[in-house]
Write a protein that binds this ligand. Structure first.
Ligand code: R5P
Length: 317
């Protein structure tokens, strides 16, 4: 791997140390020694313990739960690196939290995704690398180069190993996710169905209309985020009610907050496959129908190509 912007340094925050270590292993590089800790009043303190002057630094930190602490760590690490004269700083944010607040959802509400993009830029990041942004347009919230990677090659590899593709149908759990689901369906040459969620009147429960004939198919739901699990569990029920043989889900970011793990475990979903963009909790690791795929090799490859000034987009051709 050639480094064109100074020697490569990898710095990890506390959000996902396992993924950071795996990325470092793939790149055959050590993680840069750094202290990221709390004062008694919970302020964050960072000390980079190696010389990074003139280096091409990649800070690996998802802004996952607790989102504000992990975001603040990312900002403070970036500030420390900038003041230590790193030549170039790339914020590697496998899960970009706040992404769902990407527009004014009502009067007098914020666009927090834009605010977070501003904070990362002003802290001193020169580039951003992220994965399956909730909406591709969020790249435009940054005025610095932003690479949005896709977990689909990792998912496609796994789907090919697990399923008889002749009987698989890819399903988008809502209209907003059709582009993402269609992309995956194309890669495995499978048909596509869409779930159209509608609440006819306020206070009434959502009606799930399945667009496409799913009867007899093994359905694979594809989405960017599973949070409460509600979207997924309801979608699985709707597909089974429409004659689907069985339902699986491949979702990039396993936010799985509140009682989501229990909800998924007691659902009719055969299996939920997530990536390690967010470090899986013990409950996730123990759940009988949740499995995690690693995106460490994908991110490591993208870091290597960025450092060598090679194409990153061609990873997804
Ligand atoms: C929505 O636009 C997203 O793509 C996900 O479908 C949503 O965030 C999932 O949330 P939950 O698991 O809480 O239903």
């Amino acid at each position: 791997m050639s480094a064109k912007n100074g020697s490569i340094k990898l710095v990890a925050g506390n959000s996902n140390p396992v993924l950071a270590k795996e990325i470092a292993n793939w790149l055959d590089l050590p993680l840069t020694k750094a202290i990221v800790r709390r004062f008694a009043d919970m302020e964050i303190f960072v000390e980079i313990q190696e010389n990074v002057r003139g280096s091409d630094v990649f800070v690996i930190q998802s802004t996952s739960f607790p989102a504000n602490d992990h975001l603040m760590e990312l900002l403070i690490i970036t500030d420390a690196l900038r003041r230590a004269s790193a030549r170039r700083i790339t914020a590697v944010v496998p899960y970009f939290g706040y992404a769902r607040q990407d527009r004014k959802a009502g009067p007098r509400t914020p666009i927090s995704a834009k605010l977070v993009a501003n904070l990362i830029t002003h802290a001193g990041a020169d580039r951003v690398m992220t994965l399956d942004l909730h909406a591709g347009q969020i790249q435009g919230f940054f005025d610095i180069p932003t690479d949005n990677l896709y977990a689909s090659p990792v998912m496609v590899r796994d789907i090919r190993e697990q399923f008889d593709l002749g009987n698989v149908m890819v399903v988008s759990p809502d209209v907003g996710g059709v582009v993402r689901a269609r992309g995956l369906a194309k890669r495995i040459n499978a048909p596509l169905a869409i779930i159209d969620k509608r609440r006819e009147r306020a206070g009434e429960s959502e009606v799930m209309n399945v667009i496409g004939d799913v009867a007899g198919y093994t359905c694979i739901l594809v989405d960017d985020i599973v949070d409460s699990g509600g979207t997924l569990v309801n979608a699985a029920d709707a597909l089974l009610a429409n004659g689907a043989k069985e339902v699986y889900a491949y979702i990039t970011h396993g936010v799985l907050s509140g009682g989501a793990v229990t909800r998924v475990a007691s659902s009719r979903l055969k299996e939920l496959v997530i990536t390690d963009s967010i470090q899986p909790t013990e409950a996730i690791a123990k759940a009988p129908n949740i499995r995690t795929l690693s995106i460490a090799d994908l991110i490591a490859e993208a870091i290597g190509r960025t450092a060598a000034e090679e194409s990153v987009s061609s990873l997804f051709d």
